[in-house]
Design a protein around this ligand. Structure first.
Ligand SMILES: [Zn+2]
Length: 140
């Protein structure tokens, strides 16, 4: 299944592909201070694929905090938080934010509150490599 989405103004587009039905996909409510302020819900599928297309790269704000292992992609024009990306050895792994997807309402599993604050940097990178979606970032 293919899910399209992105920010509000069109500067950032995403296409999330997964064989898992959205109604069956785990939805995570990360409890970190950034995600709580956004009330963001995230999904990923390590067997899936995420394409992030930067239609206007100048509008993309990458934000890092804490252990600084991932880039949080926000649109600085319209304010939408779209995805978070880990880069390791030239590979990208990402989560996509449910509300940035056009069919957000189909991701209907009750959100799991996820607290990763106990992780050290190695554990955080390992979890993301194993659980996040392989991703590519394009700037056409
Ligand atoms: Zn935007």
């Amino acid at each position: 299944m293919r899910h399209n989405g992105g920010c509000h103004c069109g500067a950032i587009e995403v296409t999330f592909e997964s064989a898992i039905a959205p109604e069956a996909m785990e939805v995570r409510a990360c409890q970190c201070s950034f995600c709580r302020k956004h009330a963001s819900l995230a999904v990923s599928d390590p067997a899936g694929h995420l394409r992030i297309t930067l239609r206007d790269p100048t509008a993309v704000q990458r934000y890092r905090f804490g252990l600084s292992t991932a880039d949080y992609f926000l649109c600085r024009r319209c304010g939408v938080y779209v995805a978070a990306i880990l880069e390791e050895a030239g590979q990208h792994y990402a989560i996509v934010i449910v509300n940035a997807l056009e069919e957000a309402g189909r991701f209907s599993q009750p959100p799991l509150a996820a607290d990763y604050s106990h992780e050290d940097e190695a554990a955080r990178r390992r979890r993301r490599r194993e659980r996040w979606t392989p991703a590519v970032i394009e700037a056409p």
